[in-house]
Design a protein around this ligand. Structure first.
Ligand SMILES: *Cc1c(COP(=O)(O)O)cnc(C)c1O
Length: 373
């Protein structure tokens, strides 16, 4: 079965093997050396002033960011389940929340964020997804962050990059906290979250907030290549392995370029089948299709063609399906996926099979690789 859900993503064999070594004690020079090397690799990926690893799923990092960087009112963008989660976290911690709500296919605009800030002067942090995985859209986070800072540089900008870090380059100039999670673009098992922090964020964190998710305690320890509590040693060993493998396979810029090209080719292939892309501004992390037969297509992909893609959640259940683009993905696998979608449509009697999807994928992807168009 080909795993093509936008998280979890498949773990490459080299990484699985790296994680199969005997457990190390976390308070040892051997592990501290691994931790240091991993931190250095993370700095190259995040381009932030500090990076912190937490033994937690991505949501734990979202919670840590909100509790440590917001003291009054959180402005959050709800264009899907993950944006909605930021607001819920704020309320769960007794913070105030102002929410901008959209349909799950619609990204936020700079103008409405500026308006919301002017109407709510108590907002001291903004939280937004870079790629909102619920509907597969891309918010214009860099532009929004720049506008927020132009209004008040003290407002903290928290960017959930769980399906963006490792997918595309992110300009962190105006971002104070950039969040990633292990099981999406980083191709690891779930359980490790990472926060990139600006110096301004570190200043605002001060003595930190909370206990396990107190970022001040972690910053202090992780600068010394250790963690406040037991480190997720195996996952950190895996993280070092995957970041090294990305370097070996041409580097992160090559991965970004490949992801963008693969996403473009997949979109063209599926549109050529008469399918509709769901979000107004698609993220590169996944290809999201809205279709009246979304459930049937997904079921056929799984039972007949050996491809596991994700469906929709809540009101989009049975209405969309989402194909992962994150990670080191061989083009022949994506050819198989778009071909399987075409076969599913043929089985449903929607169109005769003629190889359109794989032809479009191949011509877009490989013509660009050959450098002719
Ligand atoms: C998956 C995801 C999360 C939540 O991460 P967990 O590891 O499931 O806690 C948050 N934000 C986005 C954009 C995601 O895709």
């Amino acid at each position: 079965m080909l795993l093509f859900t936008p998280g979890p993503t498949p773990v490459p064999e080299s990484v699985r093997l790296a994680m199969a070594t005997p457990t190390l004690h976390h308070r040892t020079p051997e592990f501290e050396a691994i931790f240091k090397e991993t931190r250095e690799l993370l700095f190259k990926l995040f381009h932030t002033d500090e990076v912190i690893m937490l033994a937690s799923s991505g949501t734990g990092a979202m919670e840590a960011a909100v509790t440590n960087l917001c003291q009054n009112t959180l402005l959050s963008i709800n264009s899907g389940k993950f944006g909605e989660r930021f607001g819920k976290i704020a309320l769960a911690h007794g913070l105030k929340n102002v929410e901008i709500t959209h349909a799950w296919d619609t990204p936020a605009t700079v103008e409405e964020v500026v308006e919301a800030l002017k109407a709510n002067p108590s907002v001291d942090a903004l939280a937004i997804q870079i790629s909102e995985s619920a509907g597969g859209l891309r918010h214009p986070v860099e532009e929004i962050a720049a506008a927020v800072k132009a209004i008040n540089p003290k407002i903290m900008v928290i960017a959930d990059g769980i399906t963006a870090v490792g997918v595309e380059p992110i300009d962190v100039t105006h971002i104070d906290c950039l969040i990633a999670g292990s099981q999406k673009a980083l191709m690891l098992p779930p359980g490790l979250a990472i926060l990139g922090l600006s110096n301004e964020a570190i200043e605002k964190i001060g003595g930190g907030k909370g206990y396990y998710f107190n970022l001040a305690s972690e910053i202090k320890k992780q600068k010394q290549n250790t963690t406040a509590y037991t480190a997720a040693t195996t996952l950190i060993i895996g993280l070092r392995a995957i970041l090294n493998q990305i370097d070996e396979e041409g580097g992160i810029d090559a991965l970004y370029a490949n992801t963008a090209l693969r996403a473009e080719a997949t979109g063209k292939a599926l549109e050529a089948l008469g399918l509709d892309i769901y979000p107004h501004h698609p993220a590169l992390s996944m290809t999201t299709i809205e279709d009246r037969h979304a459930k049937e297509i997904r079921d056929l992909l799984k039972t007949e063609f050996g491809v596991n893609v994700a469906g929709g959640q809540d009101h989009l259940k049975g209405k969309i399906f989402r194909i992962n683009q994150m990670g080191l993905i061989a083009p022949y696998e994506m050819v198989a996926v778009v071909n399987a979608v075409e076969l599913a449509l043929a089985k449903l009697g929607r169109r005769a099979f003629d190889g359109t999807a794989s032809r479009l994928f191949n011509s877009t992807y490989f013509q660009s690789i050959l450098g002719c168009d």
